[in-house]
Design a protein around this ligand. Structure first.
Ligand code: ADP
Ligand code: ZN
Length: 706
């Protein structure tokens, strides 16, 4: 084990193995086989990379994802490891050289695509070489039931037949029992040790909010407040919506690129490449995007529509935070989503049996959005895993949802559906409940009904929330024809008759952000913000010079540690997680320089940077343009401008566009809520998110005595 630890520390720069990594590594080093189920971001790669290094010979890694091979190999080369890949992207000459290197024992690891591995030519090469182990990545591709089935994987059992003495490891992040059994069976791994990890992703904060019509504004605010400069994925149901949202976010000054099956291959490839290689790119996509994307620093995944099952939700949100750093899974959905999905299910031409399963899955997903207990507990329970305590890192744990006794309201809603003949949609029903004497209501004579106006105590918005929950919980069903009309279900009887009481969730106005676990670092500290941005710029520059994505140079986790510890010399730099000997040698100097400059300007208290922003502002650039040019966050630029307002160098109305009334509202709230701690969150919340942080910040600056 000493050799393994030695590689872990000196080559990879990590201090300890994670939970099962050590056992798995040991099993392979001793020549045994392993089947590993570990969630995304769990640390599967080290499980075969370290044994490949410790054992003599070359480790052969079979991976179906050509795009990933390149990044993985670059990352290993950065660590000074002799890694290479063989796939269809190489020309004959390059492939030849790699093959020679393999035979001559010059490679530590070789990544190959399954279709190449199973050719007789390649098997011949293997027989002439010394092989340390076979790693079969994404092993669920062997399963014919899964959506990633690859016929070539079936043939991989030949490894066992032809190379019985070489240890094998199969790895996947797909959790279910059926797939696991199939992997063992088809790959002839019946006697392998099994390692099954928890599928919890503790660094992901799950947040789901109800939206009326302003989901995209909520999304924009979420990104601006919590994820400026971060990479993220926004999922939408339709291509059209993808295009609209991408354009809209772009108009708001973000870099948002569309991705869906209707775009040309070239555009898709370009957008994906930019997502991998640049900082702060947002991909707006249908679910077509994501398979085979192995970007570790996706800081948020946002859903603007409901996923169709819990499996889909887990998989899609799972693309956030693969590096183990805080990430957000954010979702906004509304009544219309529920209706659309129910209709899609009802009208689908699929087989009855299949439809029933799909429907059940959707029901479970809907139920999940409406629960008021811990989301993580519910999510894991769905995958048969028990989490003992509420997690403390989901919206329901952080801002417990309130419930109310909706028995009477539900009775009213259900009888309204019944009395009007079970053939109207939500909007009409709400008109009747709230006593709208409009033409249609009069035409049908529904103003004569006993239910007319019995629901005036709630407004239309509240009724929509009630209807949504009644549909989600299956007390009401949507028609098959697609007009959105509602009818009663069997289950609603007890509620309708007043025999069952019903608690519903009070919809909060917005998903409030969590305090724990959502951010990589504290954004309210301006000077740390600057350091963060400088470190990222330094990383990007080096990445460009090396023609690799930034995360291949250092993961966010390492950058965050750099901020926290601010190493001053090589020795301290080496102690950072993710810094081994090679990276120390190559990059320490550049990063230490950045840190040194930062602490230098801290000591001097220089405000040059404020002056720079001011100068550009006076030149007529707006905040987004200044931020882009200076590679700063716009929030940082606003802080600079607020500073100038405070010093009397700028007037409030030069920076923000507010009328007298708005200014007064903010003033009053500032005076009554601001606790002087410099944190604006309380004020922002008290104003119900009506104004942006930076607006409040500037108004406050104008209030302060200059
Ligand atoms: P997976 O393949 O399971 O999705 P990776 O192998 O890509 O996960 O690892 C996820 C992240 O965790 C990477 O950033 C990796 O560098 C980091 N990591 C893995 N093992 C360790 C460890 N023992 N200590 C610190 N970081 C680790
Ligand atoms: Zn929770």
């Amino acid at each position: 084990m000493d050799a393994a630890l030695d590689y872990l520390r000196n080559t990879f720069g990590y201090s300890d193995f994670r939970l099962q990594q050590q056992d798995i590594t040991q099993t392979l080093i001793d020549g045994g086989d392993a089947v590993v189920l570990m969630p995304t971001g769990g640390g599967k790669s080290l499980c075969y990379q370290i044994p490949s290094l410790v054992r003599s010979g070359t480790g052969i890694i079979i991976s179906p994802l050509i795009a990933l091979m390149h990044d993985q190999v670059s990352a290993l080369q950065q660590l000074g490891i002799n890694a290479a890949y063989l796939n269809s992207s190489l020309d004959a000459q390059a492939a030849n050289k790699t093959e020679q290197d393999l035979i001559n024992g010059r490679l530590d690891m070789l990544y190959v695509a399954p279709e190449r591995l199973t050719t007789s030519r390649f098997l011949n090469l293997l027989r002439q070489s010394t092989i340390s182990l076979f790693a079969i990545d994404e092993a669920h591709c062997v399963s014919q039931w899964g959506h990633d089935f690859r016929p070539d994987y079936i043939q991989l059992s030949l490894l066992h037949e032809q190379f019985p003495d070489i240890p094998r490891i199969a790895l996947t992040a797909t959790a279910d029992e059926k797939t696991r059994v199939e992997i063992k069976h088809r790959l002839a791994l019946d006697n392998a040790n099994e390692y099954i990890s928890s599928f919890d992703r503790p660094n992901i904060c799950y947040r789901i909010s109800e939206s009326q019509s302003n989901a995209r504004t909520a999304l924009l605010r979420f990104i601006q407040n919590e994820h400026e400069l971060d990479a993220g994925i926004v999922y939408c149901l339709s291509r059209k919506k993808v295009d609209t949202i991408a354009q809209w976010l772009t108009d708001k000054g973000l870099t948002a690129l569309p991705y869906h099956a209707g775009l040309s291959n070239q555009v898709k490839q370009d957008n994906q490449q930019r997502f991998l290689n640049e900082d702060a790119i947002i991909i707006v996509a249908t679910i077509a995007f994501g398979m085979g994307i192995d970007k570790p620093d996706v800081r948020f995944v946002a859903h603007l529509n409901l996923p169709k099952s819990m499996e889909a939700y887990y998989q899609e949100t799972g693309r956030a935070g693969r590096d183990g750093q805080p990430a957000n899974a954010w979702m906004s959905y509304g009544l219309q989503d529920v209706i659309t999905l129910k209709q899609m299910m009802a009208t689908s031409s699929a087989e009855e049996k299949y439809k029933r399963v799909e429907n059940l899955k959707l029901e479970t997903m809907l139920g999940f959005t409406e629960i008021i207990s811990c989301r993580r507990q519910a999510l894991l329970k769905y995958f048969d895993e028990e989490l003992k305590e509420p997690c403390g890192n989901c919206d329901n744990c952080l801002n417990p949802a309130e419930t109310w006794d909706a028995s009477v309201a539900a009775q009213k809603a259900l009888s309204c559906v019944y009395r009007t003949g079970q053939r109207f949609g939500v909007n009409y029903l709400i008109d009747v409940l709230t006593e709208k004497n409009n033409e249609r209501v009069i035409q049908f004579g529904h103003n004569q009904l006993s239910v007319f106006g019995i629901g005036k105590e709630y407004d239309a918005k509240q009724w929509r929330s009630i209807f949504r929950q009644l549909i989600s919980r299956n007390f009401l069903a949507v028609d098959v024809e697609g007009h959105g009309s509602l009818h009663l279900t069997e289950t609603c009887r007890a509620v309708l008759k007043g025999k069952q009481s019903l608690l519903l969730r009070k919809d909060s106005k917005a998903v409030k952000s969590s305090r724990r676990g959502r951010k990589l670092y504290n954004t309210e500290n301006d000077s740390l913000n600057l350091l963060w941005e400088s470190l990222r710029n330094c990383r990007k520059k080096i990445a460009d010079e090396n023609d690799v994505p930034p995360f291949v140079i250092f993961h966010d986790a390492t950058l965050v540690e750099m901020m926290e510890r601010q190493p001053a010399n090589d020795e301290q730099f080496l102690r950072l997680s993710g810094v081994g000997e090679k990276k120390l040698e190559k990059y320490a100097k550049a990063f230490l320089n950045v840190i040194q400059q930062h602490s230098h300007s801290q000591k001097q208290g220089t405000t040059d940077t404020v002056a720079d922003s001011l100068a550009l502002f006076r030149d007529g650039l707006d905040v987004t343009a200044i931020a882009n040019q200076r590679k700063l966050k716009s929030s940082t630029v606003y802080t600079h401008l607020a500073n100038c307002i405070e010093q009397g160098e700028l007037k409030l109305n030069e920076v923000v566009d507010l009328n007298e009334h708005d200014i007064n509202t903010i003033h009053e709230t500032l005076l009554s809520v601001d606790d002087g701690s410099g944190k604006l969150k309380a004020v922002y919340d008290a104003l119900d998110g009506m104004f942006e942080y930076h607006t409040i910040q500037c108004v406050r600056a104008a209030l302060l005595p200059g």
